[in-house]
Every structure is written in structure tokens, then in C-alpha cells.
Design a protein around this ligand. Structure first.
Ligand code: SAM
Length: 232
């Protein structure tokens, strides 16, 4: 179960709302029962049920059961796309082990706002489901030119270019180390954006194959390819 309270030995963790309903009415927890908690920063902790009322309870951290995950140094940079589809990207990025999700605004994006709270909730739910103890960092939406201007020197930027690029598997293998993938919106990148991305010294334009993939398919396929080749 994910909680906002910073976990540590002896820390009391108040739980209310839906999580409390789940523990009290669905799981039928009793005093001294053990619940596994994570806060996204302190690993996983076993906590005992200390006080219980009708609609809320207090847990107490007893001991750490797993350390914080050591996820590969991989970011997914993607243009915001329609609601259910960006939610899918967040969920799958978390499951696949992405360290950071960076939304990037491009000229042809049909969506120019993002509900970060909703995306955070999807990341939390996916982390609970897949057993991740470190949540992916979720960054605020930034414009493509700002992303390129401040791009870190040591990080490869694999650019998923639907108009063509180097073959995926060999490019990924030839550029190990900290990396990110950049995926465009439903309408793709415009020619000026494509030129600007390609001008970045760390950019590696890659093709995801001969067919045009939907943005969410491209994001999931690209992440899973990078994780397979460079992710351990
Ligand atoms: N409207 C664009 C077009 O018809 O060319 C397609 C954009 S595609 C739906 C969304 C994004 O997914 C692209 O900007 C690109 O980053 C990525 N993408 C999709 N198919 C790809 C491919 N075969 N190779 C590389 N990137 C791809």
C-alpha cells in the first residue's frame, strides 16, 4: 500500500479514505495484523495495525522488508496525448522500470495541459501492482525547446522519428549509459522540431519499424526495447 507519510522504524502512519476502507472492510484487518507499506522513497516496510476505528486506522512501522528499488537510469519523454492514452503510458512506464517521466509539449500536440495528480495516481497504482518501491519521478510539462536547451551532456536522447532513423536494436546497444526516449504526439513532430532534435549532439534518431505506431504503442515498445538491451 502506498502512503504519503515518510516511513521509518516506529513511525505512526494514519490511514483514512479508500485505503482505510480497503484494509478494514475488504481485507478485514485486526489489531497487530501486518500491512506492507511504501512511500516511494524509503523502500518497503512492514507495519502493524496499532489503532483501529470504524473508518480509519493507525499503522506503526516495524521493520524494513525491502530496500528502495535501484531502477535503470532511463527517462521517458513524451508529448501529452489524450487522457486514457497518456494514463496508459504512465502505467506501463512504471511497470517497465522508467526512472522519470517527462511530458514534453510539441507544436502538433492536441493536448496542451496535463493533470499531474491523475498521472501520479496512475504511477502509484502501477507501482503497487508491480511491486516497485521507488516511484518514477513525474516532471511538469515543458516545451520541446526548453528540453533540448537544458539537455544533460551525459545522457543519450533516442529520438523516435516516424520519418526514419537508425535500426533500433543496434543503436540502443551502441549507446549504453544514461538515456531517454523522445516520443511525439498523435500528429508527430513538425520538420523544424525534427531538425532541432537531430541537431542535439546526444540525439540518436531511431526507427521503431516500418509501420506508424500510435504514440502510446511507440512509448511502450521503445521503453521495453531499451530495458531489454540496456536496462540491467
Ligand atoms: N502523424 C504522424 C505521421 O503520420 O507520420 C505519426 C505520429 S505517431 C502516431 C506518434 C509518435 O510515435 C511519433 O511522433 C514517433 O515519436 C513515434 N512513432 C510512431 N511510429 C514510429 C516509427 N515507426 N518509428 C519511430 N517512431 C515512431
Amino acid at each position: 500500500l502506498h502512503v504519503e507519510t515518510q516511513l521509518g522504524e516506529g513511525v505512526a502512519v494514519p490511514v483514512d479514505g479508500n485505503p482505510a476502507h480497503y484494509l478494514i472492510s475488504v481485507m478485514r484487518m485486526k489489531p497487530d495484523d501486518i500491512v506492507l507499506l511504501f512511500d516511494g522513497r524509503s523502500g518497503e516496510w512492514a507495519a502493524r495495525v496499532r489503532d483501529m476505528r470504524k473508518r480509519d486506522l493507525v499503522l506503526e512501522c516495524v521493520q524494513q522488508t525491502r530496500p528502495l528499488d535501484d531502477v535503470p537510469d532511463f527517462w521517458l519523454c513524451c508529448a501529452p496525448i489524450k487522457k486514457g492514452r497518456i494514463d496508459l503510458i504512465a502505467e506501463k512506464a512504471c511497470e517497465l522500470g522508467v526512472a522519470r517521466l517527462q511530458p514534453v509539449l510539441t507544436r502538433r500536440a492536441v493536448v496542451d495541459k496535463l493533470n499531474l495528480d491523475r498521472l501520479h495516481a496512475h504511477l502509484v497504482e502501477a507501482a503497487e501492482q508491480c511491486g516497485r518501491t521507488a516511484l518514477p519521478e513525474l516532471s511538469a510539462l515543458i516545451k520541446l525547446d526548453a528540453l533540448l536547451r537544458d539537455w544533460p551532456q551525459e545522457r543519450w536522447l533516442f529520438f523516435a522519428d516516424e520519418s526514419g532513423g537508425q535500426p533500433l536494436a543496434t543503436s540502443l546497444a551502441a549507446h549504453p549509459g544514461p538515456a531517454a526516449f523522445l516520443i511525439g504526439p498523435e500528429g508527430g513532430f513538425d520538420p523544424a522540431e525534427r531538425d532541432a532534435i537531430r541537431a542535439l549532439p546526444k540525439a540518436v534518431p531511431v526507427s521503431l519499424g516500418p509501420r506508424i505506431l500510435r504514440a502510446e504503442t511507440a512509448a511502450i515498445a521503445a521503453t521495453s526495447a531499451w530495458m531489454t538491451i540496456n536496462g540491467d
